[in-house]
Structures are given as C-alpha cells and as structure tokens.
Write a new protein. Sequence first.
Length: 122
Amino acid sequence: MNIFLIAGPPGIGKSTNAKELIPKGVPIIDQDLAAYQYKQRGFDNYKDIASIATNALIRDFIFNSADFALELNLGFASHYTYLRSILALTPDYHLSLILFIQTISTFVLTAQKSATSMEVTK
C-alpha cells in the first residue's frame, strides 16, 4: 500500500505534472482543487466542504488498503500535521515523496546535467 505525497509551493506545477510522476491509475486527492470547484458552485464555506470531502476520500482509501496520491502545499503548517495524522493511522503504508522545488542553483545544476548528457551522447 502506497501514499504518494506530491508537495511543493503554490504555482510550481504539482497539479500539472503529478500524473506523469506516479503510477497510472493512482487517484490524486487535491484539496485545493476541490475547494476551487466548490467555490465555483457558489458555496460560501467551500474550504470546509473541500476539507470534509477530501478527508472522507482519504479514509476510504486507507480503510480499503488502496494506493492514492495526496497533493499538499508546503506553505501551510497544518498540512504537515495532517500528514502526520494520516501516517499514524497507516503504519503499513509506504510513503513516497515527490517534492517540487525550484531555486537558482537547482536550475543551474539541471542545465549543467543536460549539457553534460548531450556531450556524452555525441
């Protein structure tokens, strides 16, 4: 049983790229997306509804011993607490972290690796 944690700051590409980084067919739970969808439907308490809905999904996956992915924003301390509570309930699960970060040094290092691999293949 696996939990794939997709984490990173807002706007870095978690939602856009996550499906490419986890096994096919593994559902991704994204509370921010759920909140956005409830807001679009006109709910005033869209954040609360999204939280309840995504928590119910997570419980269903855990109780059915099913793999799932969870997208979290690293900007919220409450997400760390939430993750710890999930892991406390799921000692048999394996956690895989997919961390999205970008810094100037990461960008430069990636560019250097790309240039090096192009030189090797020539």
